[in-house]
Design a protein around this ligand. Structure first.
Ligand SMILES: [Zn+2]
Length: 419
């Protein structure tokens, strides 16, 4: 087989340099426990932005921003008018986040630009790095803010008034953030993207357990949230006989017993979580008058989410007497199926580069699910230690990060050489 351009670029991925950049980036918002607190639009987020812009300008790349602060670093191709091929992710973190969630995708894509330079490859299309603004949504909601605005599913004007927990308005925080990198040319939202590939740590244990270094991600499972409210009646715990009780917790217990049972799918693909549970008035000697709980439901297939929705509605209807119950939908995000051609290209390169890995669905939401609505998109996962993420102890191996970057390098090069 002749050596293809993608292989030459992959061979230039520098594991030590990529790791070093992670350590340098982790200084911005670095916590004593070794994690990162780099919430969107914070001072640390602005410093991280200034750092990557500095690296990019040092290499002579063109840097641009859009009005929400999505950042684009461009290595030009032969055809200046061709839509770019883009790799990247996000630089913001959870308040007690780690060094790799998000940062990996941006730094791996940046490594690809450098590898393209060092391999001396001229692509037809420009190759770009993106850092989407505010993926995490821990400070300003909604999360995946920059990617959803790019994709047109959220409008900038509708969210500029949003405030954080300290009452700081998004528009003010954004102004200060954009001022960290003045004089960048402005990109419009929604410009055409030829293909988008997002590398990310898996945030789950599957790859590490299997001893595999990469996964080609073919989609993102769907998610639906419910809030369930059960209304009974407060009464004295010592004096009220069973027949006269309207115990909201007893009803909740009956409903949840049935729902946990219904959620036991054979394939273990359904994710059913009650993460918040409130009992009122919450006194040891009073029959509970009210229970509120949330349900977080996830599955790769819309039909399974619909089946569980049906179960929740049935439980809310049939198991509630003598109380009343109502379930309301709090969030709904249908499953994402990534682009078949981008997925096939990733798999071809994974095999050609001799990387061990599988196909999988993402259990968590990512910027890529929004971009997939407007451009051919897919993702790469690499293992992280014990699957731990959104935690200061988040960790990954330099060789796995490099393996994912090699797959990204070959794939973006291949896609950028195409018409
Ligand atoms: Zn992330």
């Amino acid at each position: 087989m002749p050596v293809e351009a993608g292989e030459r670029v992959a061979a230039r991925i520098d594991e030590a340099r990529l790791w070093q950049r992670h350590m340098e980036m982790a200084r911005f918002g670095g916590t004593p426990a070794g994690g990162v607190n780099r919430q969107a639009l914070s001072e640390a987020d602005g410093e991280a932005r200034r750092q990557i812009v500095g690296w990019a300008q040092g290499r002579g790349y063109e840097v641009a921003s859009d009005a929400i602060g999505n950042l684009f670093i461009r290595r030009p191709g032969r055809d200046a008018n061709a839509a770019p091929v883009i790799g990247g992710s996000h630089l913001d973190s959870q308040p007690t986040g780690g060094k790799f969630d998000g940062a990996y995708g941006v730094l791996a894509a940046f490594e690809v630009l450098e590898a393209l330079d060092e391999a001396g490859i001229e692509t037809r299309r420009p190759v770009e790095v993106v850092s989407w603004l505010n993926e995490e949504g821990s400070r300003f909601q909604p999360g995946t803010m920059g990617a959803s605005i790019h994709a047109g599913s959220v409008f900038l004007d509708d969210i500029l008034h949003v405030t954080d927990a300290d009452g700081i308005v998004l528009s003010d925080a954004l102004k200060a953030y954009l001022a960290t990198t003045p004089d960048l040319p402005e990109r419009p939202f929604g410009f055409p993207i030829a293909a988008y590939v997002e590398p990310h740590i898996e945030q789950g244990p599957v790859l590490e357990e299997a001893g595999e270094s990469v996964a080609v991600v073919e989609g993102v499972q769907g998610l639906r949230w419910f809030g369930v409210e059960i209304t009974g009646e407060a009464a004295h715990a010592g004096t009220t006989p069973r027949a006269l009780r309207r115990d909201a917790l007893k009803t909740a217990n009956a409903m949840l017993t049935r729902l946990y049972q219904a959620a036991q799918d054979q394939a273990d693909l359904l994710r059913f979580t009650v993460g918040r549970f409130e009992v009122l008035p919450g006194a040891p000697n009073t029959v509970p008058a009210r229970v509120y709980f949330t349900i977080d439901l996830r599955h790769p297939e819309a039909a399974e989410i619909a089946r569980m929705t049906h179960e929740i509605e049935a439980a809310t209807r049939d198991l509630t007497a003598p109380c009343e119950a109502a379930a309301s939908r709090l969030a709904d995000s249908p499953p994402t199926v990534f682009d078949a051609e981008v997925v096939a290209t990733l798999e071809r390169w994974r095999d050609r580069l001799g990387l061990a890995g599988r196909r999988m669905m993402s259990g968590a939401g990512h910027d890529a699910m929004h971009i997939a609505r407007v451009a051919p998109a897919a993702m790469i996962f690499v293992p992280c230690e014990k699957g731990i993420s959104h935690h200061e102890s988040e960790n990954a191996k330099p060789e796995d990060l490099a393996a994912g970057a090699r797959l990204l390098a070959a794939t973006l090069t291949d896609l950028a050489l195409r018409d």
